[in-house]
Design a protein around this ligand. Sequence first.
Ligand code: ADP
Ligand code: S3P
Ligand code: MG
Length: 170
Amino acid sequence: MKIILIGMPGSGKTTIATEFAQQSGYAFFDTDLIIEEQLKQQTGDVLLNHGELFFRQAECHALKSIPDISDSIVASGGGIIVHPDSFQYIKDNFDLILYLDTSLEVLVERLDSDNKIRPLLNKSSLDELMEKRLSMYEDLSHASIKTDRKMKSEIVNELLRLVRRDLADE
Ligand SMILES: Nc1ncnc2c1ncn2[C@@H]1O[C@H](COP(=O)(O)OP(=O)(O)O)[C@@H](O)[C@H]1O
Ligand SMILES: O=C(O)C1=C[C@@H](OP(=O)(O)O)[C@@H](O)[C@H](O)C1
Ligand SMILES: [Mg+2]
């Protein structure tokens, strides 16, 4: 099954996809890491040096460069859904599009104690981004997992159950 995680920055896409891949043996990809490999720059620097439009195009290119592996999980960047081409590509190319649903309150807590640089969060506030993006996450996803106050292992287990159920239904 080809899985992609979508959701706000801080919702846990990178963390959960990494742990899920370790436990299941699925191949792991992260669009931010691919951009960093392709452009030899941190994602924060790409955004600061070249702006959001350039970043969204690089992100779309990174997404399309992911090999077509049947048992794989992709952690996307939180804003990938705002680029229409990326939105459509995700819709057409993944078996399970999972939205990690995290409240603003918990996102703020997690991002405060995380050291990854996310320049967009300085410019427009997190709740404005959430307001713009929420309906896109909901429209695109097949399923969602609420992550507030859940241990990472609990979320990974929910995802494992979801995948087993979907495979049994096929
Ligand atoms: N369920 C969770 N409980 C507590 N902290 C979490 C949880 N999931 C992720 N985190 C932490 O939140 C921060 C952001 O996680 P990350 O996986 O980078 O999110 P994303 O890729 O969606 O931006 C990291 O410091 C991570 O350790
Ligand atoms: O929400 C966004 O616009 C962004 C989220 C980041 O990824 P994470 O969602 O993995 O933090 C990264 O792609 C970049 O800083 C922009
Ligand atoms: Mg991430």
